[in-house]
Design a protein around this ligand. Sequence first.
Ligand code: AMP
Ligand code: GLY
Length: 419
Amino acid sequence: MPPFSVLVVGAGGREHALARAIAQDPQVIAVHVAPGNPGTATIATNHPVDQLDGAAVAALAVELGVGLVVVGPEAPLVAGVADAVRTAGIPCFGPSAEAARLEGSKSFAKDVMASAGVPTADARVCTTADEVAAALDEFGAPYVVKADGLAAGKGVIVTHDRQAAVDHAAGCDRVVIEEYLDGEEISLFVITDGTTCVGLQPAQDFKRVGEGDTGPNTGGMGAYSPLPWAPDDIIEQVLATVARPTLDELNLRGIEFSGLLYCGLAMTSRGLRVVEFNARFGDPETQALMGLVETPVGQLLLAAATGTLADFGEVRWHPGAAVVVVMAADGYPGTPAKGGAIMLPPDREDAWVIHAGTALDPDHDQLVAAGGRVLTVVGRGPDLAAARHQAYALVDEIDFPTGFVRRDIAARVLAGDPA
Ligand code: AMP
Ligand code: GLY
């Protein structure tokens, strides 16, 4: 494969982690990010382009002469940015707008899973208060109510409080109400060129804002990988029962999905069930996986974007584990406090900071909070305990008085639960 440069689209922690890993690929000459953040600026060139504007992203990719565009977040995918880049003749990692509906519409995803025979929670799509009431009564508590469109991880409520469930549904045009799934959650990412599927090692994400998995859902407050408790054949199981049947069903509908299929799974007492699909890398699980991947990431994503994954082989991983801890701004996932000053210690060999919602204060050249999830701290080590120690030791050196972390990321697994 000749050397090539890469444009990463997005501005969050996932994009910083991807850009950092891609920059380490020996075949990659240069990495660009649009629009990026102060963290990506330290390892790549940022370009102030609207990530939702497909024509502008495609024009930038042509101007830079990149060999690959990687679209990170769901919003540009749903807006058709990958389509615009491919139309301009540049290989793109990320599904078309049509295929990204697998994430953009919960009801579409449910319909595809039903046709494909993929195990998931039984669900009803509701548009009226009467339908909502009937579905809540049919499934009983705990109630699971999901807004149908994109909601940055905050459109779902899981509650025993029937009135809260009714109120959440009333705030959305169209909701999916579904059966509650018990058991541990697994995030398993499948890279596909539309034909060949390659599974990445599983991770676990911490969705709730509060310690002990309490409080509202967020985009994710931390993660770890690998999962010592997951079955050895989890990747093959998910490819066979979830990913391949889903991609086949999309193909039957004339939709090719290429890019990353994020399978959010619950290991329920009745077996594996899909909780959700996303059409892109997960955040913050990606920050953990990018700390462990040995395969050159630029070449892997280019193979997926050019339909040559079958010749690429399996993804290789460094031994050991990674733990990531998100530092969020006070108020998140409600209204986050903006502008809080941040002082960062230097990165270490086995612990580093990934930027998400940060900005540079134009007057003082001071790093400040500019979003809900502000930083992800990644720790790596020979095992989960060591990786966790690395992550929290660096967290403790960060001066960010208007931010907070969960102190219990990967604590339960180290205490033997899940076993
Ligand atoms: P989603 O956006 O569909 O991933 O939902 C966000 C989070 O809500 C999931 O990661 C789960 O923690 C929780 N959740 C979603 N659906 C269910 C369900 N059917 N049963 C239990 N928890 C769920
Ligand atoms: N970590 C959950 C997500 O990326 O949707």
